[in-house]
Write a protein that binds this ligand. Structure first.
Ligand SMILES: [Zn+2]
Length: 455
């Protein structure tokens, strides 16, 4: 009896150890892991039923199977599935809605993703994940149309466009020109209308402007604003650098700009000032003048700029300057403003209201007030001997801004008058010309308002 008792307890112990072993194996073995697969769907809550939806399934032990279905109009439609599949740790699915779903014209659809892994857990059924997602359906592209626009855009010049844009889920709205620059439109006059100034950058060979709108569901509108374009030739000048200039002005400027300490050669210092310092100064100008308000405006009235009384033109906008030293071209630059000179320390006035966004020293531009006139239009006054305004000041028509001078990279007392449209330098003469302003700005706005009021 004792012997068989002993044998019995040994067998019992063996069974207990065996069961514990199996339990431990199931608990700790990777083939019995209990982590459910992770399922993610790339979305923002909207779907146009056209762009494929990206579904990502991950599982460390390998994906056993999956099913992606769509519920629309009370129907369940399978989009993708696989059983006993893959065994890969990651799956990227791109699912599309069958055409008939759009025909239901659903306001929303439900996306259901189920996935199980290859784990032996759950009596070999594996771990299952289920994700349900409601998506608002929007299959309609934004409705965008041009209402009025200035007839011509000249190379280096400005233009204006008013357009209507409508979409319940509008996401982005802008005007893109050749070369990729985007102009932001400002809400205008009545709900659903927008206005923007555009510019043909001096250094771009061609010009075209497209209205682009996207909605949250990924629908896209693109249309061309039918501007007529007019090429314009700008001056190419060859300038010889003299030793007197290098030892005079450049030696003086070299003291001012740390960058020139890289070299003690005057010609290198000239290059550093004309290229690196200029680039840095223009970057600041572009940043300052790229800001556009998102507030609705009712009108945009501009009178011709005439910043310097009896100012004579001493250099043109758009000059492409090539610099030579001993017959060899050593540098180049574009002159991005209009230089005007009258008397020394002449008074600079603004004919238009605005807000001062900068009034400080800016490298080769010297003391340089910049005024925001609204709608992305800015004016800039370089080489001043002194500024009469401070950042944040409100400017009224007829206010004095500064006095001319030769601060920065200037050879004589003059004003460098710059006009910018959303960070692009444009030909100041257009904005100094009453006829151009009437034809392109005033008339475009009044035409647009007439058309909008009729609707
Ligand atoms: Zn200038």
């Amino acid at each position: 009896m004792r012997r068989s008792n002993k044998l019995g307890s040994v067998i019992g112990m063996g069974i207990v150890i065996g069961v514990i072993g199996v339990i431990l194996f199931v608990v700790f073995s990777p083939s019995f892991e209990r982590d459910v697969p992770s399922v993610t769907v790339e979305h923002n809550g909207y779907w146009n039923l056209k762009s494929p939806l990206k579904v990502r399934i991950n599982d460390q032990s390998g994906i056993g199977g999956y099913r992606v279905a769509l519920e629309a109009n009370g129907e369940s439609i399978s989009l993708a599935q696989a059983q006993n599949a893959v065994a890969l740790p990651e799956l990227l699915l791109s699912v599309e809605a069958p055409k008939k779903v759009a025909a239901f014209k659903p306001e929303s659809v439900k996306l259901i993703v189920e996935a199980h892994d290859t784990s032996s857990w759950n009596f070999f059924r594996g771990n299952t994940a289920r994700v349900e997602l409601s998506l608002i359906v929007d299959t309609k592209a934004p409705q965008v149309s041009t209402v009025a626009h200035s007839m011509y855009v000249h190379k280096g010049g400005s233009g204006m466009v008013v357009f209507a844009a409508e979409d319940p889920n509008l996401d982005s709205l802008y005007i893109e020109i050749e070369g990729g620059k985007r102009f932001v439109a400002q809400p205008f006059y009545k709900e659903g209308y927008f206005i923007s100034l555009v510019a043909w950058p001096l250094t771009s060979d061609g010009f075209s402007a497209r209205l682009i709108a996207t909605d949250k569901a990924g629908n896209l509108h693109k249309s061309t604003v039918p501007f007529r374009v007019s090429d314009r030739t700008y001056q190419l000048s060859k300038l010889k650098l003299s030793d007197a200039f290098l030892e005079g002005k450049i030696a003086e400027l070299a003291e001012l700009f740390e960058i020139t300490h890289e070299s003690d050669k005057r010609l290198d210092q000239f290059r550093l000032i004309n290229e690196r310092v200029r680039e840095k100064n223009e970057k600041l100008i572009h940043e300052l003048t790229s800001v556009v308000s998102s507030e609705r405006i009712d009108t945009f009235e501009i009178t011709p700029f005439y910043p310097l009384k009896n100012g004579q033109k001493v250099a043109s906008f758009g000059d492409h300057r090539l610099y030579f030293y001993n017959e060899e071209q050593v540098s180049e630059s574009y002159h991005l403003g209009l230089d005007l000179a009258s008397v020394q320390m002449g008074a600079i006035m603004s004919q238009n209201a605005g807000t001062v966004v900068f009034s400080d020293f800016n490298g080769i531009y010297g003391t340089m007030p910049v005024i925001d006139h609204g709608l992305g239009l800015y004016t800039l006054y370089g080489h001043c001997s002194s500024a009469a305004v401070q950042k944040g000041d409100k400017i009224h028509p007829g206010d004095k801004i500064a006095n001319t001078g030769m601060s920065g990279y200037a050879m004589g007392d003059h004003l460098h008058f710059g006009v910018l449209v959303q960070g692009i330098e444009v030909r100041p003469e257009e904005w100094m010309d009453a006829k151009w302003i009437k034809l392109n700005i005033t008339d475009t706005i009044s035409d647009a308002k007439k058309i909008i009021d009729r609707k």
